[in-house]
Design a protein around this ligand. Structure first.
Ligand SMILES: Cc1cc2nc3c(=O)[nH]c(=O)nc-3n(C[C@H](O)[C@H](O)[C@H](O)COP(=O)(O)OP(=O)(O)OC[C@H]3O[C@@H](n4cnc5c(N)ncnc54)[C@H](O)[C@@H]3O)c2cc1C
Ligand code: HEM
Length: 411
């Protein structure tokens, strides 16, 4: 959408470019330490920002890794707008969905550059710090401008939230409950592109907020939105998930939730006649169900392969949607893979034992097909490698990550 608008005129000065280039290996080495220190100092000085950030990602380390990755990616690619465009696009959508404001950039800039200086010690010469200050603000300027454009395009703004009422709550599998959301009063819900998500804000205790993204899990219909939330139960090493448990516990029919407008740049193709493969694992099924239901409405003659992997039969969600899609899309084929190996018939077909084998999909549609992946990071890494190994062009493979993206394809 906005990718071509980024960094059309790179404005990093000639004095800064070699310093930025030379600091890439140093940043790679210290990136994680820098971002950890940055977050610690920032939250100490501005504790109210813990309402904005995903503190689950802070606790499990994934956000810290992601910011480090973004800094490396920028340093390594400041001459290469093509590689940076899609990365920035994803960040912009995420930022806008959580309500980022231009004024936040000065706070992050102060603490990020402060942490670079502290971590590098004597190596942080005044020239290097000037170059990084410049680089940070070039990047921040791009993000602020793109975020303003995106807010404008949705008639939103950083403080804009849509009140929605839960009108239906439905158990979709052992762990996944779907919530159908209707506007409160005379409000109207905007349409969205299949693949997009909303940020849901919950007040955990007075004045203490958290927000999480949930992909919309049905076709746009002008009246309601639907999200499907997997409860993160936790285990010996990991605490239970904060917001998913809050929603499963509290969001009964009638509950009013505050959510963002739909955002996100993962957009399975609906129109056209190139075959399309929707490959998911676990709760990664949600954007695929939205795409499948939209294809059934708008382009029922499309050749579609839907493949889904789960640990066991009881964890397979949205079977009713798939059964309905099979009836509407004559050129749809479905494949289910169960790691448990238990015998099961799902949506009219026999589930296969083990992990997803993309060869099954390729045997039907070949490599001249658009592939969409969503699931845990290891699932997507394995499937992407398998697809590329079979000759699928990288530009044909698209993915959604249900957490901060590790940006591994440009690092
Ligand atoms: C674009 C996008 C779309 C998404 N769509 C969906 C969707 O459709 N459905 C869905 O269910 N989810 C979706 N998600 C994921 C969702 O946003 C949440 O991340 C998820 O619900 C978990 O949030 P939580 O608050 O329950 O868990 P959190 O409290 O955020 O915890 C997350 C994980 O970190 C672990 N953790 C927390 N603290 C620690 C610690 N101290 N040490 C070790 N581990 C720790 C937890 O055990 C848990 O496994 C999506 C995410 C994104 C980015
Ligand atoms: C140049 C500056 C910045 C860069 C490079 C950057 C980078 C990123 C990246 C890579 C992500 C993860 C995107 C994904 O989901 O894959 C992210 C998410 C996020 N960023 Fe930024 N960011 C910047 C500035 C800011 C600022 C100024 C704030 C607010 C103070 C902020 C708040 C957030 C929040 C709240 C998220 C959502 C995920 C979470 O909370 O874990 N960011 N950013």
């Amino acid at each position: 959408m906005y990718a071509n608008a980024y960094l059309e005129n790179p404005v990093l000065s000639d004095a800064s470019k070699p310093l930025i280039d030379a600091s890439v290996p140093v940043l790679r080495q210290h990136g994680l330490a820098i971002t950890q220190l940055f977050y610690r100092n920032m939250f100490e000085e501005r504790p109210e920002l813990t309402n904005l950030f995903n503190m689950g990602n802070q606790a499990n380390g994934s956000q810290q890794q992601s910011l480090a990755a973004a800094v490396f990616a920028y340093a390594a690619n400041h001459r290469n707008a093509e590689a940076l465009g899609p990365v920035l696009e994803r960040i912009v959508h995420k930022h806008v969905s959580v309500g980022l404001k231009p004024s936040h950039y000065a706070i992050v800039g102060k603490h990020l550059l402060g942490a670079v200086k502290t971590t590098l010690g004597e190596a942080a010469t005044p020239e290097l710090m000037t170059a990084w200050d410049e680089a940070y603000w070039v990047l921040a300027g791009e993000l602020i401008a793109a975020e303003a454009r995106l807010y404008q395009s949705t008639n939103g703004g950083p403080d804009h939230r849509v009140p929605v009422r839960v009108v239906q709550r439905k158990q979709q599998s052992d762990d996944i409950v779907s919530f159908t959301l209707a506007p409160v009063g005379d409000g109207k819900l905007v349409d969205f592109a299949p693949g997009q998500y909303v940020s849901v804000v919950v007040e955990l205790s007075p004045g203490k907020f958290q927000q999480r993204q949930y992909s919309l899990s049905d076709a746009p219909n002008g009246n309601t939105w639907r999200i499907s939330v997997k409860v993160e139960r936790g285990d010996a090493e990991r605490p239970v998930g904060t917001v998913s448990n809050w929603l499963h516990r509290n969001a009964d029919e009638g509950t009013v939730l505050m959510v963002s407008q739909p955002y996100g740049d993962f957009a399975p193709s609906i129109e056209g006649d190139t075959p399309v493969a929707l490959l998911s694992a676990g709760v990664g099924i949600t954007p695929m169900i939205s795409a499948l239901n939209t294809l059934a409405q708008r382009n029922p003659n499309r050749r579609v392969v839907f493949a889904h992997a789960a640990r066991e039969r009881s964890q397979v969600a949205h079977i009713e949607d798939v059964v309905a899609a099979v009836a509407k899309l004559p050129k749809l084929s479905t494949h289910y893979f169960l790691e448990s190996g238990e015998p099961a018939t799902i949506a009219g077909g026999k589930a296969l034992p083990g992990r997803m084998a993309v060869e099954r999909v390729l045997a039907e549609v070949g490599t001249d097909c658009d592939f969409y992946l969503c699931g845990p990071l290891p699932f997507m890494q394995v499937q992407r490698a398998a697809l590329e190994g079979h000759g699928v062009a990288a530009h044909r493979i698209h993915r959604e990550v249900f957490g901060p993206d590790l940006l591994d394809d440009i690092l």
